[in-house]
Ligand binder design. Structure first.
Ligand SMILES: Nc1ncnc2c1ncn2[C@@H]1O[C@H](COP(=O)(O)OP(=O)(O)OP(=O)(O)O)[C@@H](O)[C@H]1O
Length: 664
């Protein structure tokens, strides 16, 4: 370990309780880390603290130890319904991890023997801590039951569950008035209200409610690896800290420059090699596969974490990537859309897996696993997609090179995204260029001379082949691609990551898509050079029988509807055609004849009105110009007949008759 350790635990100004010291020693920690040496004395001495120290530097014990010491030293014995310490973590995984550390301490405390009755089993003086996270096994009501039966004094959980516990149905039961200490782990995740955090508004509203419920007379500790001064100031106000001590532990590393060694400050662990590889969009998946092979072969690495932009991307790559990885790899996936039990299973399987270079373990995940997780043997972190929130970058990298171990991190950047390197440099997170990884036996080329990887097509083929085995894989691929584009449009460094600069065709290749999805974000995208896969979409089936039956039924319904529509269209076309075929001259003639007939009828009506008896006039008065031709014709015939009769009887002259009806 090359981390500079601080003094031994015995050098703390106030000695630790012996059984706490025993536990620390049993963990193999003989000396304090710098953040522990600076924070523990302050936090134990009734000071509020705001702590910033790089990932993996031991911040957890820097609050666990003072919290335990504070509670042990309490003058007033707490009642069963009192809570003494509250630890708020941003994710269920981190809360669970912190809970296990508190448990490790409390389960090692000496047991109390009841002197009056030595036959009774000895009991622990300090109750076990209570974990409050979403879970299939524990509802909020059950959390309350566990609290009442255990009398837990230390509560650890995520904001939602803690709010429920303190302000929900349990509010009358749980007494937080005598709370001694509050810790916000990954405090900048909870409190900042920068642009990206606006998304976490719900999270923060919850936190404000919790903070308002807690007594002002308490000690508070804020801990994070990315607490900038600006964050710290705004967070102090929000968390209600008064006159806190600020602890910042800096990392210095040596770099050779201009013939002399330069000491530079950085916000990532000293033993972390932080690389980026620039490549074309179509080459991202190839590079991912090659980084893993390269690491296994060159460094005997066996435990990897790979970060993607969204949960849908994790699901997609989990399914399609095996054919392009070296054989023997075990893959696990973790993201926020999985059920709590699936999340626990995945993390336990990954962190306890016995991995070797011939059987490496890979965790594909989202930022749900970016902060705080302590899996000591992770060799390599790969960021397939850079994070939308740049602050998360160092948390992701920090899952390796923990507690003085060495580790490597790789970030895949598209050629147009390389500006991100300077962006991070300014934030004291240096990235070093790693050459593009070529296939075995091939020679590295300068970036300027490099053409598209010849394996691009081969990879695409392999992935497409896999996709074609089950239509649900295609659905998932499209969903992942769409979610990726949406996430990309939310990058905080939006002048570096611009959707309009994305090589859509290349990206779609790296996802193994069969055809390009239609989405508004891509309406102006360049789709040249894209060829849809040769797929018979009507027979491309789901492996799941129920899903396939649904698809077939929907297809049949659609084709009936389609054929009815087509028939209708054909009829309309025929009528139109017929109309178009009638000669123009005959159309005009017909029109003229119609006009003449109309005029004649009009005249007949006028004449009848003047001549006819009242009954006829009544009939005629119903006959308006709007009435259709059939009615008119019928009336005309009746009228003509009556007039002819009158003429025969000599009631009207033939001349009068002819004047009205002509010689028809
Ligand atoms: N004094 C010590 N000596 C050696 N190892 C230690 C010491 N204190 C803690 N560690 C180990 O260091 C590792 C990292 O500690 P921890 O998880 O507390 O880091 P962190 O600073 O909280 O990191 P992150 O910012 O990622 O949450 C753990 O595996 C822990 O057991």
């Amino acid at each position: 370990m090359s981390t500079a350790f601080a003094g031994p635990w015995s050098s703390l100004p106030e000695p630790l309780t012996p059984w706490i010291l025993d536990v620390i020693e049993s963990m193999g920690h003989t000396r304090m880390t710098p953040v522990q040496a600076s924070t523990i004395p302050l936090f134990m001495k009734h000071k509020d603290v705001v702590v910033e120290a790089v990932t993996g530097s031991g911040k957890t014990l820097a609050f666990v130890i003072p919290v335990l010491e504070k509670l042990i030293r309490r003058e007033k014995k707490p009642r069963k319904t009192d809570i003494g310490a509250l630890i708020i973590s941003p994710t269920r995984e981190l809360a669970t991890q912190t809970h296990s550390i508190f448990s490790a301490f409390l389960s090692a405390q000496p047991l109390l023997q009841n002197h009056q009755n030595s036959d009774e089993t000895p009991t622990p003086e300090y109750p076990s801590p209570l974990l409050l996270v979403s879970s299939n096994q524990s509802s909020p009501a059950q959390d309350l039951e566990r609290f009442l039966s255990s009398g837990s004094d230390i509560i650890i959980g995520t904001p939602g569950r803690i709010e429920e516990f303190l302000l929900g149905k349990g509010r009358s039961v749980v007494n937080a008035k005598d709370l001694e200490v509050l810790v916000l782990d990954e405090a900048d995740r909870h409190l900042s209200l920068t642009m990206s955090r606006l998304l976490d508004l719900g999270f923060q509203v919850t936190l404000s409610k919790i903070l308002n419920h807690l007594p002002k007379q308490r000690r508070t500790g804020l801990f994070s690896a990315t607490m900038t001064d600006a964050d710290a100031i705004s967070e102090l106000v929000r968390a209600g800290l008064r006159n806190p001590a600020r602890v910042v532990v800096k990392v210095q590393s040596k770099r050779s420059g201009n013939q002399k060694q330069v000491i530079e400050e950085r916000r990532i662990p000293a033993n972390l090699q932080n690389f980026y590889i620039s490549c074309q969009a179509s080459e991202k998946t190839i590079q991912l596969a090659r980084i893993i092979s390269h690491e296994v072969q060159e460094h005997e690495s066996s435990q990897f974490i790979v970060y993607f932009a969204t949960g849908a991307c994790v699901d997609h790559f989990y399914d399609i990537i095996p054919p392009v990885l070296p054989p023997g790899v075990n893959i696990h996936s973790l993201h926020g859309h999985l059920t709590p039990s699936a999340r626990t299973r995945a993390l336990t399987a990954f962190s306890t897996s016995i991995c070797t270079p011939s059987s490496p373990s890979i965790l594909l995940c989202t930022d749900v696993a970016a902060r705080g997780l302590d899996i000591p043997n992770v060799d390599v972190v790969i960021q397939y997609d850079p994070p939308t929130d740049p602050k998360v970058f160092s948390h992701r990298c920090g899952r390796t090179a923990r507690a003085g171990r060495s580790g490597r991190a790789y970030t895949l950047l598209l050629d147009r995204e390389v500006g991100f390197v300077d962006f991070m440099n300014v934030r004291r997170i240096p990235l070093q260029k790693h050459h593009y990884l070529v296939k075995e036996g091939e020679k590295d080329k300068d970036d300027d001379l490099r053409t598209e990887d010849p394996d691009s097509g081969l990879f695409l083929k392999k992935i497409r082949k896999k996709l074609l085995t089950d239509r649900s894989l295609y659905d998932q691929a499209a969903k992942a691609f769409v979610s990726f584009i949406r996430a990309y449009s939310k990058h905080e460094a939006s002048y570096i990551f611009r959707v309009k600069d994305l090589d859509i065709v290349g990206l779609a290749s790296s996802f193994g898509l069969l055809r390009l999805p239609k989405m508004p974000e891509l309406k102006d995208a360049n789709r040249n050079n894209w060829t849809d896969a040769d797929v018979d979409w009507s027979s491309y089936a789901y492996v799941d029988k129920v899903q396939e039956a649904k698809r077939v039924a929907a297809l049949a319904a659609k084709s009936t509807e389609q054929s009815e529509k087509e028939q209708e269209q054909r009829r309309a076309q025929r009528a139109e055609q017929k109309n178009a075929n009638v000669p123009w001259s005959s159309k005009i003639k017909k029109q003229e004849e119609r006009e003449v007939r109309k005029e004649k009828k009009k005249r007949k009506r006028q004449w009848l009105k003047a001549q006819a008896p009242s009954g006829d006039a009544q009939i005629d008065s119903k006959c308006t110009e709007e009435e259709d031709d059939d009615d008119d014709d019928w009336l005309e015939i009746a009228r003509e007949e009556r007039m002819a009769k009158k003429m025969r009887k000599g009631e009207i002259s033939k001349k009068t008759f002819n004047a009205e009806f002509g010689d028809l």
